[in-house]
Design a protein around this ligand. Structure first.
Ligand code: CAA
Length: 259
């Protein structure tokens, strides 16, 4: 499928999505948001794809929602726009495929919110992250007031949301907003290395782990642990469980089939 605002590639079980609006620092207008939602569906429907990497073209990951397209929105249009953003982020979060955000530069506003819906985030040393919406007289509309406190804690989230201050890769790592910080020229290599490791695992278990962590965090601990028992037991009906344990006992690498 051809996309106007994205560069999409597939290689060895990994889907690559690059936001391609560098003139506006990859700002998200409705069209780009819809395209991202669509490409997540496309990758999900391709059974060869087990993991995806999301990054941006040029000096930004994503500098936020497109301010020029938002400036004159009516409340109703703003509601529809925020809903589109939430649909996109829910799609990423609930996808069977883990998403790795390779944060190559500015990840502000909606850009920072996108990485919060990803499963793993790697920041380049020079990246700048934050929720500067308050400087525009608004607050985050793509889940930043909700996912950010869950990720970094209530006090730190409120500080970032209330001051609109940008942070660098190291600070993002220190507060738990990204998994690691790497030299700029190591970013894609690191993302591909992690993606490659995931691509070698059982796609059944990749999906189970995502579902368990995401669902479990929204329900009480007892129910969440019961859910784990139920997923754990159903794992024993799969080829991949038999193969994984057999390979261990035979001292060889498992070959998972995702069934
Ligand atoms: N929307 C639309 N255009 C944007 C943009 C955005 N979020 N961010 C940058 N651009 C455009 C600029 O207007 C500029 O366009 P022109 O060349 O036509 O003037 C171009 O991208 C390059 O940007 P700058 O010249 O500003 O680049 P810089 O290096 O000097 O500054 C920056 C970079 C600090 C990221 C600055 O561009 C900036 O502050 N951008 C806005 C960041 C922001 O506020 N994001 C939050 C948006 S609101 C949101 O996301 C709401 C939500 O939760 C849904």
């Amino acid at each position: 499928m051809a996309y106007k605002n994205l560069i999409v590639d597939k290689k060895e079980g990994i889907g690559f999505i690059k936001i391609n609006r560098p003139k506006v620092l990859n700002a998200l207008n409705s069209e780009t948001i819809k395209e991202i939602t669509k490409v997540v569906c496309e990758l999900e429907n391709d059974k060869k794809i087990k993991v995806a990497i999301l990054t941006g073209e040029g000096k930004a990951f994503i500098a936020g929602a497109d301010i020029s397209s938002m400036a004159n929105m009516t409340p109703l249009e703003a509601k529809e726009f925020a809903k589109l953003g939430h649909i996109m982020l829910n799609k990423i979060e609930r996808s069977r495929i883990p998403f790795i955000a390779a944060v190559n530069g500015f990840a502000l506003g909606g850009g920072c919110e996108i990485l919060q819906a990803c499963d793993i985030a790697i920041a380049a040393k020079s990246a700048k992250l934050g929720q500067p919406e308050i400087n525009l007289g608004i607050h985050p509309g793509f889940g930043g007031t909700q996912r950010l406190p869950r990720l970094v804690g209530i006090m730190k989230a409120k500080e970032l949301l209330l001051t609109g201050r940008n942070i660098d890769g190291d600070e993002a790592f220190n507060i738990g907003l990204v998994n690691m910080v790497v030299e700029d020229d190591q970013l894609m290599e690191t993302a591909e290395d992690i993606a490659g490791k995931i691509a070698g695992k059982s796609s059944v278990q990749i999906q189970f782990i995502k579902e368990l962590v995401n669902t479990g965090l929204d329900i009480d601990l007892n129910s969440a642990n019961s859910l784990e028992i139920s997923y754990f037991s159903s794992g024993f009906s799969t080829y991949d469980q038999k193969e994984g344990m057999k390979a261990f006992l035979e001292k060889r690498k498992p070959i998972f089939k995702g069934k």
